[in-house]
Design a protein around this ligand. Structure first.
Ligand code: DAH
Length: 376
């Protein structure tokens, strides 16, 4: 007999009409059908062929099982009906199971369905929180525990929110302290409407006060930009977390207590804080906050040598803060005679660098998995 080629059947099985309905005749017919099924399923090739095979046997309309109903069960004489019915039912179950099994069985090597179930699975690496987002979330959670809520604002800001409402008047030299990236081609707009990449998260203070009535306690995390050339300590992109608390009778003591607690929560309870006079247009008085050096425990010496991290001073400068300048309240319709508040702003990268001992800010943005996976 000529060997059929793969996928080519000699004679396709057709369901015969039964001349006899005796158990032996039925057994024979069933046996023929099953061996045809076996044969066909062993010759299956690609996906289309498999689908056709399944339809041929199981399709409701005119599939082989349906034909069996029509040709074997329906014409069976009354006295054989029970017997035929039972066999046909059993046969249906068998055929269905075999067809389904044939469809999932491992086919020939060349088939697009080839699956070697003994191969190890494909490992899909699970990502981890980026160290900056992780640090940002850690900072946020310290303040959430103090009753602060989280507010966000746009990274592309207007001059008004980034500067003017924060008490940086147009052309004021304080603007020069923030090397700003402006969006081009807006000369025709009034200055306060011109767009820029926000240089700090402080504009969210203004947006929050516009939206909410006092008392107010918010932290505002987010991305900021400065026109700084990238190097080990500078990046044109970085992140800040801003804080703002406005209420009646808020004092500088509240500010000191809050930030001292936050620094201890972030860097450990032995850390000390020191407030140093500074200047920001939107706070008066303003201060820079320093923490005792976490590398030399504030001693200025490490392993008998001057500590490099704090330049032997024992202190590390970490963030800016102050009491909200009454002028700022004027921009948002708050009454400076009744209210007082404090604000602060900290750099997330700076804190992450200290916490994780990272020596180059660029590592946060280069996307090198060898660096990032250390934080997994
Ligand atoms: N916005 C300031 C900066 O980017 C940081 C800052 C200082 C924020 C003092 C404040 C603050 O809210 O009170 O340099």
């Amino acid at each position: 007999m000529k060997q059929p080629r793969r996928g080519e059947r000699n004679v396709a099985y057709t369901v015969p009409k039964l001349k006899e309905f005796s158990p032996t005749a039925l057994d024979k017919a069933v046996e023929k059908l099953l061996s045809a099924l076996e044969q066909e399923s062993s010759e299956l090739g690609n996906g289309d062929e498999r689908k056709a095979f399944r339809d041929r046997w199981l399709a409701r309309k005119d599939g082989i099982l349906t034909q069996i109903n029509e040709l074997w069960l329906k014409p069976a004489p009354k006295d054989a009906k029970r017997e035929v019915g039972q066999r046909v039912n059993k046969l249906k179950g068998e055929v269905e199971a075999k067809v389904e099994a044939a469809l999932v069985q491992q086919p020939g090597i060349n088939s697009e369905f080839a699956i070697d179930i003994s191969l190890p699975g494909i490992r899909r690496p699970i990502g981890a929180e980026h160290p900056i987002i992780r640090t940002q979330n850690e900072i946020i959670s310290v303040f959430k525990n103090l009753g602060y809520s989280v507010a966000e604002g746009p990274a592309i800001e207007t001059d008004y929110y980034n500067f003017e409402a924060l008490n940086f008047p147009p052309n004021h030299p304080a603007r020069d302290t923030q090397d700003t990236i402006f969006i081009a081609g807006q000369e025709s707009k009034p200055q306060r409407d011109r767009l820029l990449l926000r240089t700090h998260t402080s504009p969210v203070q203004i947006r929050s006060m516009e939206k909410m009535k006092p008392p107010l306690r918010v932290v505002c995390p987010g991305k900021v930009h400065r026109n700084d050339a990238p190097d080990a300590t500078h990046s044109p992109i970085f992140h800040q977390v801003e804080g703002l608390a406005v209420d009646t009778n808020i004092t500088f003591c509240d500010l000191k207590g809050t930030l001292d607690h936050a620094m201890k929560a972030l860097f450990g309870s032995s850390v000390k804080t020191r407030f140093y006079p500074s200047f920001f247009p939107f706070t008066e008085p303003s201060a820079d906050v320093q923490i005792s050096c976490i590398f030399c425990d504030g001693t200025g010496t490490r392993d008998g040598a001057p500590c490099r991290n704090c330049k032997a001073s024992g202190w590390i400068e970490l963030l800016g803060c102050g009491m909200v300048d009454p002028n700022v309240y004027g921009f948002v319709g708050y009454d400076p005679a009744k209210l007082s508040g404090f604000a602060f702003g900290m750099g997330v990268e700076r804190i992450a660098i200290l916490k994780y001992g990272v020596d180059d800010i660029q590592l946060f943005f280069n996307g090198d998995v060898r660096f990032l996976e250390q934080f997994g």
